[in-house]
Design a protein around this ligand. Sequence first.
Ligand code: 5GP
Length: 210
Amino acid sequence: MNNSPTLNNFTRSGILFVLSAPSGAGKTTLTTALRQKPDFVYAVSCTTRAPRAGEVHGEDYFFLGRDEFLARIAAGEFLEHAEVHGQHYGTLKSTVVDNLSKGVDVLIDIDTAGAADIRNCGDPFILSALADVFIMPPGLDELAKRLRRRGTENEEQIATRLRNAASEMKHWRSYRYTLISGSMEEDIEKFRAVMRAERYLTRRLDIPGL
Ligand code: 5GP
């Protein structure tokens, strides 16, 4: 009788991909491109900021009023939450935990303070799932150009975002991976390489019988 394990029925634990990048670094375009291939769940964040033209409730964000957001904080619904550019942003715990528990990978796009909260959450389940990635913009001048080209913020808001970008860029060493932003295609390819490598980590695999 052959007792050798069947190598096609292995299981893998879910990965929590945490992506941070200063605004204007091309992160939204990157996540939109990555989301075309449905090999992970994108956990849609909640925010109190107003929707930009073309943004869809439930797809880009859950756009909540301030009172509702604060009530959800009080109810412990967020895995992490932070105030960014004067608005509240938060990741719903249920989406992340439910998917990871089923072995489904999750991608969240959060600021450096939110990523630090997750690193410090003390939950072994979340920490073993974590793979955090920082997208480093090619420079503040280029970032300013990209923000002006996008045209969704006025000069004052652009100045706030650039100040925040400069301070966010100081946190890159806390991340497992740092991708220096190049063209959109390069950024997608680099991010996919990280996803592939993380999926082959020995400690994420369970092969019955071995
Ligand atoms: P934007 O307003 O440009 O969509 O996002 C502004 C910043 O908020 C970005 O750095 C983005 O990563 C961050 N952000 C979006 N969702 C969340 C979230 O759920 N939690 C935290 N901490 N930051 C978030």
